[in-house]
Design a binder for this molecule. Structure first.
Ligand SMILES: Cc1cc2nc3c(=O)[nH]c(=O)nc-3n(C[C@H](O)[C@H](O)[C@H](O)COP(=O)(O)OP(=O)(O)OC[C@H]3O[C@@H](n4cnc5c(N)ncnc54)[C@H](O)[C@@H]3O)c2cc1C
Ligand code: FES
Length: 275
């Protein structure tokens, strides 16, 4: 099937699950695990896939890495599906379809700041990697409630990315929020692009700060997703746009035009849930 976002059929997406075997897995942080599969979805950073565990369910996850024939998903255990997923072992098989949606832009020879909160930091590993391949200078601001929930710190150190940490309780990095650090950088440095993924209230603050400081910004918006490619209508924002196709990554301007951005989302039955 051709991607609805493309003018032609040059970009093929997989709407049927392909079988992938868990090749490796490790704990990234408390209740956050990275799953490694051999293969590729030919994805761009910020795109997502639908992960099917036979007999359980199918749920959307960002692609944490997709290069050198390794596909990574970094998953936080939060409820029934992810609890079942955490029971799987190396060698077990799952179904994966995608990649879906619009990802983050990759820019050449620019100064980029990536702002991640909690497990929302997952797609920023891949995003940073692609920017660096293009000669861009990446700063990663990573935040979490406490030091045990921070992810990608080692990846950033190993790859020489400037890494600034914030924890709510001050157990690692600065005590406070990623947005405190970002605001300082926006005042002190020349930044070309900010990209963010994490709690929606954090992303709303990031988007507003960037607009105020006239810096381009992209945010990744999660809405309840079932089909992943524009058929079920489950993922619409209050302004009627499918986040699985228009998003998950949109510009700060677009995100701030959604009446629900940063305030609430809808559950599987369409009920409003505050962030
Ligand atoms: C584009 C996108 C990318 C995502 N990337 C990641 C990621 O990289 N890592 C990660 O850990 N999680 C990610 N998520 C969230 C992940 O889909 C949910 O955590 C997962 O579906 C929870 O299922 P559950 O049964 O374990 O928990 P539940 O108890 O069913 O739900 C826990 C939370 O997850 C949300 N959720 C449940 N089902 C869905 C669904 N079908 N679509 C969207 N949200 C849902 C609920 O609204 C609730 O807020 C992403 C979601 C979207 C939409
Ligand atoms: S998830 Fe079905 S239309 Fe977006």
């Amino acid at each position: 099937m051709g991607c609805n976002n493309c003018p032609g059929l040059h970009h093929q997406i997989n709407t049927e699950p392909a079988v992938f075997t868990i090749a490796d897995m490790w704990e990234e942080a408390k209740d956050i695990r990275t799953y490694v599969f051999k293969g590729t979805l030919n994805s761009k950073p910020g795109q997502f896939c639908m992960l099917w565990v036979p007999g359980v369910n199918e749920k959307p996850f960002s692609i944490a890495r997709d290069y050198d024939n390794e596909l990574w998903l970094t998953i936080c255990k939060v409820g029934p599906f992810t609890e079942q997923l955490f029971q799987l072992q190396k060698g077990d098989k799952v179904g994966i379809r995608g990649a879906f949606g619009h990802g983050f832009s990759t820019v050449k020879n620019k100064k980029v700041v990536l702002v991640g909160g909690g497990y929302g930091t997952a797609p920023l590993h891949f995003t940073a990697y692609r920017h660096m391949q293009e000669g861009s200078e990446v700063t990663m601001i990573i935040g979490a409630r406490n030091k045990d929930l921070l992810i990608w710190e080692k990846f950033c150190k190993d790859t020489g990315i400037r890494t600034l940490l914030a924890t709510n309780d001050g157990s690692k990095g600065e005590k406070g929020f990623t947005t405190d650090i970002l605001l300082r950088l926006l005042k002190e440095e020349q930044i070309d692009l900010v990209q963010t993924c994490g709690p929606e209230k954090m992303m709303k603050a990031v988007a507003e700060m960037c607009l105020e400081n006239k810096v381009s910004c992209e945010v990744s918006i999660e809405r309840y997703m079932k089909c992943g490619f524009g058929v079920c209508g489950q993922c619409v924002t209050e302004s009627g746009e499918n986040m699985c196709q228009t998003g998950p990554v949109v510009t700060a301007e677009k995100a701030l035009s959604y009446p629900d951005f940063g305030l609430y989302h809808r559950g599987s039955e369409g009920q409003k849930i505050s962030w």
